[in-house]
Ligand binder design. Sequence first.
Ligand SMILES: Nc1ncnc2c1ncn2[C@@H]1O[C@H](COP(=O)(O)OP(=O)(O)OP(=O)(O)O)[C@@H](O)[C@H]1O
Ligand SMILES: [Mg+2]
Length: 249
Amino acid sequence: MTRDRSQGTPVLRLEKVVKEYEGTPPLRILHGIDLTVTEGELVAVVGPSGSGKSTLLALIGTLDRPTSGRIHLEGHDLAAMSERQVAALRARRIGFVFQQFFLLPGLTTVENVATGLLYTGESARRRRERAVRALHDVGLEHRLGHRPNQLSGGEKQRVAIARALVGRPGLLLADEPTGSLDTASGRGVVDLLRRLNEEGTTVVVITHDRDLAASFPRQVVIQDGWLTFDERSGDSAPAAGSRAHGGLV
Ligand SMILES: Nc1ncnc2c1ncn2[C@@H]1O[C@H](COP(=O)(O)OP(=O)(O)OP(=O)(O)O)[C@@H](O)[C@H]1O
Ligand SMILES: [Mg+2]
């Protein structure tokens, strides 16, 4: 049965979010995105290359600021916060997973995961213990001492997921997490994301995989910087504000 996620606590609220890059004239990448994500949702973001998906995720993840519009994260208005406050919120509440993994090559699996806890101020020993536990959770307890170049692509991505989740963030943002993986490894990563979601983490995933997106409880489509489609499976009608789906994904 589909859980009704439309009524819960908003983790994320975007209001008329615009992103422009400087130039004459300025280059408008996002045209006024309205999007609310509720605690416990599993959301797929799809759209053609260059449509603004990664730009949107960077704004949601506080890695960048919008040109105009508002973003609320767990009730905090990001515009009202200093860089330092935003960085603290990001470190504690948001986990990132990218297509290229971004593991540190000189560090072992455990050390890479433990970097996800540097902000906590915990002892190195405690961070290591938590990292080992997170690696158990992603099925990599037998690869604790390996360095990234000694891991398969799917294993690297599971290390990246363990690093993103070791601090128990409320929101996991993943940008094409299966883009560098073969089908079987990709499926393993998706299963892991689903499991984390079932355990309570809110997950937003950018993907080019239409079948994968269609299997998620909610799909959001970005085209040319516009949010053109937003639907939860089980909804009788598309979410308010969404426009006709052009089917260009
Ligand atoms: N710093 C920048 N300055 C100018 N334009 C930029 C900058 N960063 C991104 N863009 C442009 O913004 C648009 C959206 O980029 P974005 O990375 O969000 O696309 P995307 O939907 O993630 O695409 P893909 O599926 O290929 O990853 C692209 O046309 C890109 O060229
Ligand atoms: Mg992208």
